[in-house]
Design a protein around this ligand. Structure first.
Ligand code: NAD
Ligand code: ZN
Ligand code: ZN
Length: 352
């Protein structure tokens, strides 16, 4: 029997860039022919959601907007053309809500590069609501044995860092520096790196984050606010002082994007993932050339990366800590995030 779908639901909405965000009732939408309607049970809060609210990036959001793109829930309705997923299946709303599936990039499964993407919680309404629409071709398929609160952060943070680690080319036994290791992406990156056989140098600040990184198995923790010379400290934490084979930049400030090329090992790779407002990457030309460094960006992941990242979670390899709050408490989560006070991830329960 088809589940009963209410006409109205709770959501977090903002009418203009900069806010305020308002917790209120809005209508439940009907899915189009190639779409599904997902009853979101839990949704992670990514720093991207805060960038969207603040208007940090040179890309406009839809307004009014329901943010959120780490939504895990149950399919409750689907369009006539959908045969890849059934009502009752567990599914996830991720950043890439939809893409054209016909351009050169989509054809080669590089759909995050599609020139006409639909972005959840940015250009289309996302998962900070109880019922969310997504294109059936792109929703994440979540095995029933995965708890929906725990798997929610995998839907953006997990997929993104898993893809970033693959893009880094780092091999088992090698060392990766994770910059912003104490945050949402950073905590998951440490778990994926460990599962992939990499050694981790965690870089962030504060004792709470230090404790978490140590519990997650980091080989070394460097507090960027206490260190007198981050570049030296990172190099000294590696064998022979040569520097890490790869650097994953998931921080939300510009400075580390200016330092990574200095401490990465010769032949190493710097992967930029974090998106601080107005920031630039900087690297000395001399050092980049004579050390043969690669500097690249990495942007979410495709459908296969999604499936693989969830499979790591299903196998019990990804145990990053998260705290649960109610959907109604989103503003207070943003306040903590703004101050850098969140260790790991916040996941919102949409029933509260
Ligand atoms: P978060 O707020 O949970 O974590 C950011 C961490 O960076 C914090 O722990 C903070 O203390 C740390 N940090 C700040 N300055 C630092 C410095 N100088 N050195 C080391 N660490 C520092 O944020 P999040 O949700 O993990 O997102 C991180 C960034 O990644 C955001 O900019 C987000 O928009 C971006 N993002 C990018 C992609 C992508 O596809 N490229 C996907 C998701 C998120
Ligand atoms: Zn995100
Ligand atoms: Zn496309």
């Amino acid at each position: 029997m088809a589940p009963e779908i209410p006409k109205e639901q709770w959501a977090q909405v903002f009418e203009k860039t900069g806010g305020p965000i308002e917790y209120k009732k809005i209508p439940v939408q009907k899915p189009g022919p190639d779409e599904v309607l997902i009853n979101i049970k839990y949704t992670g809060v990514c720093h991207t959601d805060l960038h969207a609210l603040k208007g940090d990036w040179p890309l406009e959001t839809k307004l009014p907007l329901v943010g959120g793109h780490e939504g895990a829930g149950v399919v409750v309705a689907k369009g006539d053309l959908v045969d890849s997923i059934e009502i009752g299946d567990h599914a996830g709303v991720k950043w890439l809500n939809g893409s054209c599936l016909a351009c050169d990039f989509c054809m080669q499964a590089d759909e995050p590069l599609c020139p006409n993407p639909l972005l959840s919680g940015y250009t289309v309404d996302g998962s900070f609501q109880q019922y969310c629409i997504a294109k059936a071709a792109h929703v994440a398929h979540i095995p029933k044995e995965c708890p929906l609160d725990g798997v929610a952060p995998v839907l953006c943070a997990g997929i993104t860092v898993y893809k970033g680690l693959k893009e880094s080319g780092a091999k088992p036994g090698e060392t990766v520096a994770i910059v912003g290791a104490g945050g949402g992406l950073g905590s998951l990156a440490q778990q994926y790196a460990k599962a992939m056989g990499l050694k981790v140098i965690a870089i962030d600040t504060g004792d709470d984050k230090k404790k978490m990184c140590e519990e997650l198995g980091a080989h070394a923790y460097i507090d960027f606010a206490k260190s007198k010379d981050v570049v030296k400290d990172v190099q000294n934490a590696t064998e022979g002082g040569l520097g890490p084979h790869a650097v994953l930049l998931v921080a939300v400030s510009e400075k580390p994007f200016q330092q990574a090329a200095e401490y990465v090992r010769p032949r190493g790779t710097v992967v930029a993932i974090g998106l601080p407002a107005g920031a630039f990457l900087k690297a000395p030309v001399f050092g980049t050339v004579v050390k043969m460094i690669t500097i690249k960006g990495s942007y979410v992941g495709n459908r296969k990366d999604t499936k693989e990242a969830i499979e790591f979670y299903r196998r019990g390899l990804i145990k990053a800590p998260y705290k649960i709050a109610g959907l109604s408490e989103l503003q207070s989560v943003f306040d903590k995030m703004e101050k850098g006070d969140i260790t790991g991830r916040y996941v919102l329960d949409t029933s509260k």
